[in-house]
Design a protein around this ligand. Structure first.
Ligand SMILES: Cc1ncc(COP(=O)(O)O)c(C=O)c1O
Length: 473
């Protein structure tokens, strides 16, 4: 019997026939590829939203960690396949180079369409961490260069719930004596108040960096409101950044880390009015190790990578054509499937939440993040269960359910909860029992049902009360 089906039977939560899972699977069949410049494909996929991936079926481990990373979507793998063998340096003018260069430019166009900017405003990088670091260090170093005072101490405003790619970078700059920063607090839903941003800005502030959405709890930040604050303070209603940046050195740039948002909700950099945005491929179906930084026309920041003239001379290094082909295709899919995908994820996430909440006594849990759907990522459920040892639960289920906890470490007498939950003031007895469950394009209803059964079984095994104990019988 299919292992997933066995799980259902074992948990007794939902009776499901093996063939109902099989009938919903991704279909593969052989097809020859006519284009002579690419290798023949052994298989072509007919994958769609809500179809399980073939290798997931084999693994029989339910994947609810889409915020950690997504699988490479079958269509994306297919777009990359030719470049496993097709070689050529995109900077070379011969046929091999030109073909690779065309693939890079196609990917740039596809990513630009996803975020609504010009292709030349998209700069490819190796990961989200690089994009975040570049936006921050590049802005600080450029401001220091522009200010004629060698002792100029740049200041950055951020929030307490940012990813370590932002917070650790800022800590480092502060330790090196290159910048100071203010991390503003958030409310109990994890939301930043634009007025707090305004209050934190001082005369030496050169950058505000606030994430578009949070990776742990899914809170979507009021980015256009923060942009309005920043723009109001720098007084450039005509958006003439060059003039501002070259003037006193006191202009303020606004960066948003949109790593978790792309492929889940719309991110339109023009409508949001941001100067820079981080985009990360492996959060929406592309492989790991490829990302981008959107830099608005006219914004000047220093470069990290010096060498050849790639990426408009701002980020040297031969482009990774293979990964970029996948990144571009994933961006294109995200545009094509935008509404259907959001609807699919939200339906499953809401169902996951409803099933867990219905089974737990009301005072036993907290759902983290805003309750309004427009203020929370449609795929993310962060639930904190009082008295639960969530790392232990996940360790017991490690071969059956892939998810993450909100507590970094939990030993008797010492619980270190995540900085995001701490900033949101989630009481420690709840925070230590946090599960982050994130669904995605290939999650199925059957997986959600099975995951609920497994989680409830382990909650009961830890001696915690359930409203419907028969679920785990
Ligand atoms: C919000 C956010 N920013 C940045 C990153 C870093 O991206 P990468 O792992 O590609 O460096 C992540 C990855 O989890 C993230 O969730």
């Amino acid at each position: 019997m299919h292992l997933l089906a066995k799980t259902f039977v074992k948990t007794g939560h939902l009776r499901i026939r093996e063939d109902s899972i099989r009938s919903n699977k991704t279909l593969f069949h052989d097809r020859a590829v006519t284009n002579k410049s690419v290798i023949p494909l052994r298989a072509t996929c007919f994958s769609a939203i809500g179809t399980p991936l073939p290798h997931i079926e084999q693994a029989a481990c339910i994947y609810l960690d889409y915020n950690g990373t997504t699988p490479i979507f079958p269509e994306v793998a297919e777009a990359m396949r030719p470049f496993l063998v097709q070689h050529g340096n995109p900077s070379s003018s011969h046929k091999f180079g030109r073909e690779c260069n065309m693939a890079v430019q196609k990917a740039r166009q596809q990513v630009a369409s996803l975020i609504n900017c010009h292709p030349h405003e998209v700069y490819f990088t190796s990961c989200g961490t690089e994009s975040d670091n570049w936006a921050i260090v590049g802005t600080v170093m450029a401001a220091r260069r522009r200010s004629n005072a060698p002792s100029f101490m740049a200041h950055v405003v951020t929030s307490q719930v940012e990813h370590p790619a932002v917070l650790e970078c800022l800590k480092h700059l502060q330790q090196q004596g290159l910048a100071t920063y203010t991390a503003i607090p958030v409310d109990h839903t994890g939301t930043v108040d634009p007025l707090e941003v305004e209050a934190a800005i001082i005369s030496s502030t050169v950058l505000v960096t606030i994430m578009h959405s949070n990776n742990e709890v899914g809170t979507i930040q009021p980015i256009s409101e923060v942009a309005a604050v920043v723009k109001g303070l720098r007084g450039d209603s005509n958006g003439d950044l060059n003039r501002q940046q070259q003037g006193t050195g006191s202009s303020i740039l606004f960066h948003t880390d949109a790593a978790q948002s792309l492929g889940k909700v719309q991110v339109d950099v023009r409508a949001l009015d941001v100067d820079m945005a981080t985009i990360v491929g492996h959060k929406f179906g592309a492989p790991k190790g490829v990302a981008a930084l959107y830099i608005r026309d006219g914004v000047e920041i220093s470069s990290f990578f010096l060498g050849g003239g790639q990426e408009g001379g701002r980020r040297a290094g031969t482009e990774n054509v293979l990964l970029l082909a996948g990144f571009g295709r994933a961006a294109e899919l995200a545009v094509q499937e935008r509404e259907a995908l959001t609807e699919h994820m939200q339906r499953l996430r809401d169902d996951l939440q409803d099933q867990l909440c219905r089974a737990l006594p009301q005072e036993a849990y907290l759902v983290n993040g805003p309750s309004s759907p427009s203020q929370r990522l449609p795929n993310t459920l962060s639930i904190s269960i009082k008295g639960l040892d969530s790392p232990r639960l996940l360790a017991v289920l490690a071969d059956e359910l892939a998810a993450t906890a909100g507590a970094a470490c939990h030993v008797p007498g010492y619980t270190h909860i995540s900085s995001v939950l701490a900033a949101m003031d989630v009481p420690v007895e709840y925070a230590a029992g946090t599960l982050r469950l994130s669904v995605g394009r290939h999650t199925t209803q059957e997986e959600v049902d099975a995951a609920v059964g497994l989680i409830l079984r382990e909650i009961a095994a830890q001696g915690l009360p359930l409203r419907l104990p028969s679920l785990t019988a």
